[in-house]
Design a binder for this molecule. Structure first.
Ligand code: HEM
Length: 434
C-alpha cells in the first residue's frame, strides 16, 4: 500500500475521530493543519484566499506549470485563456455527447460483467469522460488522438506519491518514484505534442492555447495545459461515476426510485434542462460527491500569519483542506456517513466538492451536465448489483478511486427510447440499441 493511498484512508478515519475539528499532524516530518470545518475552509479558500497560495510544487514538477498549479499573474493569464470556453459551452451538445459515450460504456461494462468481471474497470469510465471532454473542447474523437490514458494515469499516481515525500528524504519509495517520473513524463508530453501538428484538431480553445504558447512574453506550454486539462476534466468525472455505480448497487431501492423518476420526467423531453431540474437525480449526484469527493483534499501554504478558528497560523504553515472532513460534519446531518437523498444540501457535494472562492473548479457546470447525462443512461440502460459487501478502501492518485475497483456487476436493462432522443437533437451519432 502506498503512502498517498494510506493518507486517503486516514482522512476518513480523521473525519470520524475528530469530526468537525481541525487537526494538526506531521506528514513526513512536515507539520500540516488539516481543515475539517467548513467555516475555516471558507477563510482559507474564499474570505482570506489571497493569503493562501496553492501548494502544488509536486504537481508542477510532475506535470509542468499550468492553470491548476500556478498563482497570481501566471494563474490569471491561464484562467483568462480557458475559462470562457469552460463556462460558455453548448450544454445540449455536451448532454448529447455524454449520452452517446455513456451508451458505449454501459455496453462494455455489461459485457465485462457477463464475462465474469467482479469489478468495474475504471479505464472504461475514464475513456467515457475523456471522450466527451475532447469532443466538446477540442473537436476530435479521443480515439483518434493516439493518447495513452494509461500513461497519464500512471503519471498522476506517481506525482501523487511523490507529493508525500519531502525533499531530502531518500527512502526506497522516494527513489523508486523519482526514477519512474522522467520517463513517464517524457512519454506523456510526447503524446500531447501531436496537438501541435497543423490540423490536429478543429478547436478555438486549441488555437488560443497554441498562440499563447508561441508568445515569448509568457511561459505557457501547450502540453502542460492540455495534460492537466485532461487530468482535471476527465479523471474526476470518471471517478465520480465509479462511486455513483457503487452507491446505486449498495442502495437498490434508491436505484429503482431514481430510475422511475427519470423515466417519468423524460417521457417527453430528454434534454439537459430536464435533468438539471430533476431533484432526485440532482440530489443523488450531490450525495455521491459529498460521500466520495473525487478530489478529497487540496493543499495551500500560508503566505503570512492568520487566525483560523481561534488558532494562530504562522507564515509558512502547510494547510490541507479535507473535503472528506468538511462533507462528513455531523453538525450538518445526523448520520453523515449515510446516503441521504432527503436533504437538498447546499448544492453538489454540500456545495464544496468543486471547492469555492476564486479557485473554484473551472469545469463545474460542464461536469454537472455531463454527470446527469451519464447517470440518465446508466440508470435506464443497466442494473447495478454489489459483488462484495466489503467497505471501501481508498486509492488516491490525485483523484480518489476505490482500491481494486468498484465491486459492482452491471447487467443490461430493457432499452428505452426517451434519453436516446437527446443524441438526435444535437445530430451526433447514435449508439446502437442494446
Ligand atoms: C466531478 C467532477 C469534478 C470535481 C469534483 C472537480 C473538483 C475540483 C476542485 C476541488 C478544484 C480545486 C483544486 C484546488 O484548488 O487545488 C478544481 C479545479 C479545477 N477544475 Fe475541476 N473538478 C471536476 C471536473 C472538472 C472538469 C470536467 C473540468 C474541465 C472541463 C475541470 C476543470 C478544472 C480547472 C481548470 C480547475 C482549476 C481552477 C483554477 O484554479 O483556476 N474540473 N476542480
Amino acid at each position: 500500500m502506498s503512502q498517498s493511498s494510506e493518507f486517503c484512508n486516514a482522512l476518513y478515519q480523521l473525519s470520524r475521530s475528530h469530526n468537525a475539528a481541525n487537526v494538526e499532524l506531521e506528514l513526513n516530518g512536515v507539520p500540516v493543519l488539516v481543515i475539517q470545518r467548513h467555516e475555516d475552509a471558507d477563510r482559507v479558500l474564499r474570505a482570506n484566499a489571497s493569503n493562501y497560495r496553492k501548494n502544488m510544487a509536486w504537481f508542477r514538477q510532475a506535470l509542468g506549470a499550468s492553470r491548476f498549479s500556478e498563482d497570481g499573474a501566471a494563474w490569471e493569464i491561464r484562467r483568462a485563456l480557458t475559462q470562457h470556453y469552460f463556462t460558455r459551452f453548448d450544454r445540449q451538445q455536451t448532454f448529447a455527447l455524454a449520452t452517446q459515450y455513456a451508451h458505449a460504456a454501459v455496453a462494455r461494462l455489461a459485457a465485462a460483467s457477463a464475462a465474469g468481471a467482479a469489478t468495474i474497470d475504471d479505464a472504461v469510465l475514464r475513456e467515457m469522460s475523456v471522450s466527451v471532454l475532447v469532443r466538446s473542447f477540442l473537436g476530435v474523437e479521443f480515439a483518434q488522438t493516439g493518447i495513452d490514458l494509461g500513461n497519464l494515469a500512471q503519471l498522476m499516481e506517481c506525482g501523487s506519491e511523490y507529493s508525500f515525500v519531502p525533499p531530502g528524504r531518500t527512502s526506497a519509495l522516494y527513489r523508486e518514484t523519482l526514477a519512474r517520473l522522467p520517463d513517464l513524463r517524457r512519454r506523456v508530453l510526447q503524446d500531447f505534442k501531436r496537438f501541435r501538428a497543423p490540423g490536429a484538431a478543429d478547436s478555438a480553445l486549441l488555437a488560443d492555447m497554441l498562440a499563447i504558447d508561441r508568445d515569448p512574453a509568457n511561459d505557457v506550454v501547450l502540453e502542460h495545459e492540455l495534460l492537466t486539462f485532461f487530468a482535471a476534466g476527465a479523471e474526476t468525472t470518471a471517478a465520480t461515476m465509479g462511486w455513483a455505480c457503487y452507491l446505486l448497487a449498495r442502495y437498490p431501492a434508491v436505484q429503482q426510485q431514481l430510475r422511475e423518476s427519470l423515466l417519468a420526467a423524460t417521457q417527453r423531453d430528454a434534454d439537459w434542462e430536464t435533468l438539471q431540474r430533476l431533484q432526485p437525480l440532482q440530489r443523488f449526484i450531490s450525495e455521491t460527491l459529498r460521500l466520495y469527493p473525487p478530489t478529497p483534499i487540496i493543499a495551500r501554504f500560508a503566505n503570512g500569519p492568520d487566525v483560523i478558528g481561534g488558532r494562530s497560523i504562522p507564515a509558512g504553515q502547510n494547510i490541507l483542506v479535507s473535503f472528506i472532513g468538511i462533507q462528513h460534519d455531523a453538525r450538518q446531518r445526523p448520520d453523515p456517513w449515510q446516503l441521504d437523498l432527503g436533504q437538498g444540501g447546499a448544492g453538489p457535494g454540500g456545495g464544496t466538492a468543486f471547492s469555492f472562492g476564486p479557485r473554484v473548479c473551472g469545469g463545474k457546470h460542464f461536469a454537472l451536465v455531463e454527470l446527469a447525462a451519464f447517470l440518465a443512461v446508466f440508470l435506464t440502460q443497466a442494473r447495478f448489483t454489489l459483488t462484495s459487501e466489503a467497505p471501501p478502501r481508498y486509492h488516491w492518485k490525485a483523484q480518489m478511486l476505490r482500491e481494486g475497483g468498484q465491486p459492482v456487476h452491471v447487467g443490461r436493462a430493457a432499452a428505452r427510447p426517451a434519453v436516446d432522443a437527446a443524441s438526435r437533437v444535437a445530430g451526433t451519432a447514435q449508439a446502437p440499441a442494446p
